[in-house]
Design a protein around this ligand. Structure first.
Ligand code: IMP
Ligand code: MG
Length: 176
């Protein structure tokens, strides 16, 4: 088994995340009242955020998943054309779609997904991201709902991995 890296350093505690997720949920509930949105989780990194976020929503909604491989194995930078590993099950035509992602980094993953999903003619298509690294951006992505901005550090925890490790941490940490 590969040796584990040094212990991660906490960036956002469970309490801080919970508070911010509740604020996002309240905002989304207000904006999507009467819209019956389809919330789309981007696997795998976004799954913990999504699970917590939907439990703060006070409006009717449905849920779907899409799985994308942003990185080549072992890499720390996004592939320019991320691969769809698992497509949506729902037809999104005329639906109000909210994409939920862990991190916007270069922007390629979201840019690619937005272009793909727009061809299916949803009623609206918006983006919710837990973390944003603005200094890393290479393509513009409109982020409608954002948890936290972070500097150019590699993070893990709360569903987010570093070489597939640390997804189970309840907080968000930086890794060397
Ligand atoms: P982008 O295509 O460069 O915007 O990359 C977005 C994806 O890369 C995110 O959804 C994450 O899965 C992954 N990613 C970006 N930064 C980090 C990080 O610091 N830790 C772990 N995964 C990351
Ligand atoms: Mg991801």
């Amino acid at each position: 088994m590969a040796a584990l890296k040094p212990p991660p350093r906490i960036l956002f505690t469970e309490t801080q995340i919970k508070q911010r997720v509740a604020e996002l949920g309240a905002q989304i509930s207000a904006d999507y009242a009467d819209k019956d949105p389809l919330i789309v989780g981007i696997l795998r990194g976004g799954f913990v955020f999504l699970a917590d976020l939907i439990r703060t929503l006070t409006i009717p909604c449905t849920l779907d998943f899409i799985a994308v491989a942003s990185y080549e194995v072992g890499a720390r930078a996004s592939n320019r054309s991320p691969r769809i590993l698992l497509d949506l099950r729902e037809d999104i035509a005329d639906r109000h779609v909210l994409l939920v992602e862990d991190i916007v980094d270069s922007g390629y993953t979201f840019d690619h997904l937005l272009q793909l999903l727009r061809t299916r003619e949803p009623a609206s298509l918006k983006v919710c991201a837990l973390l944003n690294k603005p200094t890393r951006r290479e393509v513009h992505v409109p982020i409608d709902y954002l948890g936290f901005e972070i500097p150019d550090v590699f993070v893990c925890g709360y569903g987010i991995d570093a070489d597939e490790r640390y997804r189970n941490l309840p907080y968000i940490a930086s890794v060397e």
